[in-house]
Design a protein around this ligand. Structure first.
Ligand code: BF8
Length: 571
């Protein structure tokens, strides 16, 4: 009957022909954005569960169980017997248990148990504890169909439930199993920015999100047969570099250089030095194939979920992972011959950074517990912690909001943790080196120097926001409080994707005040806007705030952290 065009502000119609008003329409649209984001993260998680299962059966070519200790810890959480069993047997059972998380067999997902008791009670009282990951997403699609849920509060609560199923479910599964398969990150040095492309090598950009593809490409690029082939064509070797979150996955675990974040994907090709851009899914602009046509670059799609007109499709299946990776790399080596040296313009910029800050690595840096961090917060040396995450958005000068906000916060002795394109932005800006501690306020500077860490910690890709949840939960449990009591905050200063909407929602639902740069499409409903920015505080202990100016975002976060400190009786 639509499109649903109403005029909530002027003299036009206040309701659609079915009777839906602005509150209903805005809540439905927002819930559908959450569903899109939660689906993307969680389907990525599902793909990794499948690879774990096939690896356990010995059917995934080239994959192995790398962090067996973590596998066992996860098995314990799921009540799977560990003693006297092989890693493969444990992995098979864990994969099957995790498959159950997606459906309707259970009445609550497992990782919710990682939240502090007070938080779990809040979720139970509101009826937003997720039952199954897919179930909550599908239920949004059902409720927002014509003539189903029309109550904006009820619709948004289901949005919250699906978002929690993402952060504490699909994304957390993706993170944990990636650690099992590819290793749990530990601090390591890397390089970031377009200068990591090499004039004298075959350049392969892996772009997208799932490490299942990018790790196999990185592994196959070391194959002596391929290295020899590249050398025969006159190159020094094969240079694999990352783009966006799959780049973060490679950087975090292997120190593989990262060429850039979301708004650098076309520019990487425009250096004229990229032989192949290999993509899986999410955040890949269809424009890459248009740009590639101006050069010798080939774009290779690998997932039947994400085909792009103008790209070459090579379906990637874990059963033949290594062979397929070699096949694609051979294409890159062939393309190297067609590179026009006169058109190569690689910017001379690249920046050193320290990445690899998993929760395990952070705790290790502090001697095995959160105590040193908590003590520094209690003493006031560190005022609090902020998570800065999310995308680039062409409405904002690239990285400006990320970098400005981050600088202000560390100046005010707020430790910053980052993921996704925000992390790449601040890596490029040089804020992820231990030396960057000199830009921090006195207390944070001292703390960073003592532990040899940067004032801005790279915690990974966007699914790794689940690591931030785990860290926040650990600190809250240590202090015996809820996450919403902690002097912490979240920010997505340049967000644009539906995934970011889901992330923002589960971060707020976890009790963390969150500042957005661009305004989400909610202003058509005063009630929804008030709920998100004010009234949620009473029910969930946190709200959203919106400000496009990073200086003002910093002030909002600093004020919030000081308010929380005061409530805890901290100086
Ligand atoms: O998942 S931060 S632009 S690349 S959506 Fe995309 Fe946004 Fe970047 Fe990673 Ni996350």
């Amino acid at each position: 009957m639509g499109p649903c065009r109403i005029d909530p502000f002027g003299n036009g119609p206040k309701r659609g022909v079915c009777g839906a008003d602005a509150d209903t329409i805005v809540a439905r649209n927002l819930a559908r954005m959450i569903a899109g984001g939660a689906a993307a993260h969680s389907d990525h998680g599902r793909d990794i569960v499948e690879v774990l299962y096939k690896t356990a059966l010995g059917e995934a070519q080239g994959y192995e169980l790398t962090d067996v200790e973590k596998l066992k810890r996860l098995a314990n959480e799921y009540g799977i017997q560990v003693d006297g069993r092989s890693p493969q047997e444990i992995a098979k059972d864990l994969a099957i248990e995790m498959m159950r998380e997606f459906g309707m067999i259970k009445d609550r997902i497992q990782f919710v148990e990682r939240a502090p008791d007070k938080r779990k009670k809040v979720w139970e009282k509101l009826g937003v504890t997720p039952r199954g990951i897919d179930r909550e997403i599908v239920e949004i699609m059902h409720r927002t169909h014509i003539g189903v849920d029309a109550d904006y509060v009820s619709i948004l609560l289901q949005g919250v439930r699906a978002a929690i199923a993402d952060g504490w479910g699909g994304s957390m599964i993706a993170t944990e199993l990636s650690d099992v398969l590819f290793g749990t990150p530990e601090p390591l040095e890397g390089m970031v920015n377009l200068g990591v492309l090499r004039e004298d090598m075959v350049n392969v950009v892996v772009h997208g999100h799932n490490p299942v593809l990018s790790f196999m490409i990185a592994k196959a690029a070391k194959d002596p047969e391929l290295v020899k082939l590249a050398q025969e064509k006159g190159a020094k070797g094969i240079n694999v570099v990352g783009m966006c979150c799959t780049g973060n996955e490679l950087l975090m675990r292997q120190g593989i250089p990262i060429a850039g974040n979301f708004l650098l994907q076309e520019l990487a090709i425009a250096t004229g030095a990229v032989e192949v851009m290999i993509v899986d899914y999410q955040c890949i602009m269809p424009a890459v194939t248009h740009i590639a046509k101006c050069y010798h670059t080939k774009v290779v799609t690998t997932s039947d979920k994400a085909k792009i007109p103008g790209a070459i499709h090579v379906q990637f299946e874990p059963e033949h992972g290594y062979d397929t990776a070699k096949e694609i790399l051979k294409m890159a080596i062939e393309a190297y011959e067609n590179r026009n040296p006169d058109r190569v313009r690689i910017p001379k910029r690249s920046m050193k950074l320290l990445a690899g800050f998993s929760v395990e690595a952070i705790l290790k840096a502090f001697g095995g517990s959160v105590k040193p961090l908590v003590d520094a917060i209690k003493e006031g040396k560190i005022r609090g912690v902020a998570g800065i995450v999310g995308c680039n958005n062409p409405k904002i000068k690239q990285d400006y909001n990320h970098v400005t906000l981050t600088k202000r916060l560390i100046e005010h002795n707020i430790l910053v943790v980052e993921t996704g394109c925000a992390a790449i932005a601040n890596g490029k800006a040089g804020l992820m080196t231990p030396e960057a501690a000199d830009l921090a306020g006195e207390g944070l500077r001292e703390f960073c120097k003592k532990y040899g860490i940067p004032p801005v910690l790279h915690m990974g890709s966007c699914v790794d926001n689940s690591r931030i949840l785990v860290l926040a939960a650990e600190v809250a449990k240590y202090l015996g409080v809820d996450i919403s009591d902690l002097p912490i905050a979240g920010a997505a200063p340049e967000w644009m994707s539906e995934k970011a909407v889901s992330i923002g929602t589960y971060v707020v639902a976890s009790g963390i005040f969150t500042v957005l740069g661009p305004v989400p499409p909610v202003l058509g409903s005063v009630n929804v806007t008030n709920l998100l920015t004010r009234d949620l505080d009473d029910v969930i202990g946190a709200t959203f705030a919106v400000d496009p100016d990073p200086e003002k975002e910093a002030k909002l976060i600093i004020d919030h952290i000081e308010k929380k400190r005061k409530a805890l009786g901290l100086p």
